[in-house]
Ligand binder design. Structure first.
Ligand code: NAP
Length: 495
């Protein structure tokens, strides 16, 4: 039987994943006095998406000074928008500094979570089991590559791979390259490698709006100044955060807002001004509102695709052959390399892990036909299982680091409350979860994501699976859990 005086060190935490959110969770748990932590990471290094994505040009489209932990700000970022390798090194350094590596079990994937007598039984890929009082799933969102269903994909005799599975050290130099897809990833690859490749063929199914924000180098003097003045650094972060929130994050949740229209005008200006060839310009012109699909930020994509060795292919792909890609004009474009920049399975939260909660309920069944969670954090009947950047959260429109910090703080409040009088178990009420979901769905009607495009934001019903309100509302709503929306229970006495 649980007692009211349970010591924090008696409570075991399992964190799944050692990416941005997993590292953060470990740091915050330790800070709160919970030291019995085991982190399972399926790969051999920390860093998540920034370890995995190493294609040419990989960078973050959230400004560097905002894309770092609030408690570990980096004064010496090299660029306004940093490259993937710099961000990867940042996470490694933070993990080292806070002793997170000591808690990580690398090369172990969690394959099953099963609730037994109020404890989570955690099975890993080596067949072993451990138990945990609390599980934090920090498994990432844009993580499982989505391969296109194109006939003949296995026939190609050259090199073919998904953008998130870039072979170590693979160079596109002097190659005839085909890139399938026109999302943020494809745009970054094209812009970064156009000078290296022999020919670049970009296969566009849908045109994208591109915001032309310059990516300036941060000079030595500014870096020195920021290093010597934490106040200046904080001021700069606050300013960037305000601007980013007002002109981007809040604009997307109100399609009719002045800010949403400004985004549209800015993208239009980029297209009109930076694509001199009128035929190419028309091919690149989207027929939907800017930011309906995830907005692309690039200082130089239009310049790259306008070069003589760049070819924008808008004819449909018929099949992949041994030598290249056949399009519906009957032509086969001969290629050395095909990069599938075709995105990710965004509803694969926790999957392919098997998760079994109360009453032998399987999460896969609960999430059929689609995933949901109370405040994107917890699912009824799955007590003590916390999801960071979980279903319908503010993904894609805010800095995910900000979001994860707010979520971890919220989870910690729930855990502290749960152990305060020895209850230990916490889960959201079903009615509260249904109410949240109904309000969320209603609010999506005003957002830019439903203004007439297809995107990974939309679920099987065409409803955006994201937080449909402002960042300010997210901060407010997540400041303190509404305790009435939760059930706090004791661990069963036979545990
Ligand atoms: P994405 O935005 O989902 O784009 C996938 C692209 O592949 C789309 O252009 C899609 O066309 C195309 N596609 C998919 N299946 C296809 C098929 N069978 N035939 C032809 N085209 C096909 O993927 P992503 O570019 O990897 O980006 C995913 C997300 O990762 C972004 O939205 C962003 O949130 C994040 N990201 C961020 C950064 C950054 O911070 N700068 C960089 C990279 C990625 P349709 O549009 O017609 O569906």
């Amino acid at each position: 039987m649980a007692t009211a005086q349970i010591s924090k060190n008696e409570l075991k935490f399992v964190i799944i994943g050692a990416g941005m959110a997993g590292i953060l969770s470990a740091i915050k748990l330790k800070e709160a006095g919970f030291h019995n932590i085991e982190i399972f990471e399926k790969e051999g290094e920390v860093g998540g998406t920034w370890r995995e994505n190493r294609y040419p040009g990989v960078a973050c489209d959230v400004p560097s000074h905002l894309y770092c932990y609030s408690f570990e700000q980096k004064p010496d970022w090299s660029h306004v928008f940093s490259e993937g390798s710099e961000i990867f090194n940042y996470f490694k350094n933070v993990a080292i500094k806070y002793g997170v590596y000591d808690s990580i079990k690398f090369k172990l994937e969690v394959t099953k979570l099963e609730l037994k007598d109020g404890l989570w039984n955690v099975t890993t890929s080596d067949g072993k089991n451990t138990t945990a009082n609390y599980v934090i799933a920090a498994t990432g969102v844009l993580h499982h590559p989505k391969y296109p269903d194109i006939e003949g994909i296995d026939l190609f005799k050259g090199d073919i791979f998904h953008s998130a599975r870039w072979p170590e050290g693979y160079s596109l130099k002097n190659k005839k390259v085909g890139v399938v897809g026109t999302g943020s990833t494809a745009v970054q690859i094209v812009a970064a490698s156009i000078e290296d490749v022999d020919q670049m063929y970009l296969f566009q199914r849908t045109a994208q709006w591109v915001l032309g924000v310059p990516n300036d180098v941060i000079d030595e003097q500014t870096r020195e100044k920021l290093k010597n003045s934490p106040d200046e650094l904080q001021k700069m972060r606050d300013e960037i955060s305000r601007t980013f929130t007002a002109y981007f994050a809040d604009a997307v949740v109100n399609a009719e807002s002045k800010e949403a229209n400004m985004l549209q005008e800015s993208c239009l200006f980029n297209l009109e001004f930076n694509v001199p060839d009128p035929v190419l310009r028309e091919k690149l012109r989207p027929n939907y509102k800017a930011a309906c699909k995830r907005l692309i930020v690039s200082p130089n994509f239009y310049q790259a695709i306008s070069r003589t060795n760049a070819h924008l292919i808008t004819d449909h792909i018929v099949r992949i052959t041994e030598s290249g890609i056949e399009i519906d004009t009957g032509e086969t474009i001969g290629l050395d390399t095909i990069v599938l920049a075709t995105g990710f399975k965004v509803d694969a939260f926790l999957r392919p892990m098997t998760v079994v909660g109360e009453d032998s309920l399987k999460l896969d069944d609960v999430w059929n036909p689609r995933p949901y969670a109370y405040m994107s954090i917890m699912v009824p009947k799955f007590p003590n299982l916390f999801l960071l950047n979980g279903p319908n959260g503010p993904v894609g429109n805010f800095s995910l680091i900000d979001v994860a910090e707010i979520q971890v703080d919220y989870c910690l409040q729930l855990i502290e409350r749960a152990i305060e009088d020895g209850d230990q178990l916490v889960e959201p009420k079903t009615e509260a979860t249904q109410d949240f979901e109904a309000r969320r769905v209603e609010a999506t009607k005003k957002t830019v994501w439903v203004t007439g495009c297809n995107s990974w934001y939309l679920d099987d019903r065409g409803i955006p699976s994201v937080w449909p309100w402002t960042m300010e509302k997210f901060r407010d709503d997540m400041k303190q859990p509404i305790l009435d929306d939760f059930i706090f229970e004791k661990v069963p006495s036979n545990a």
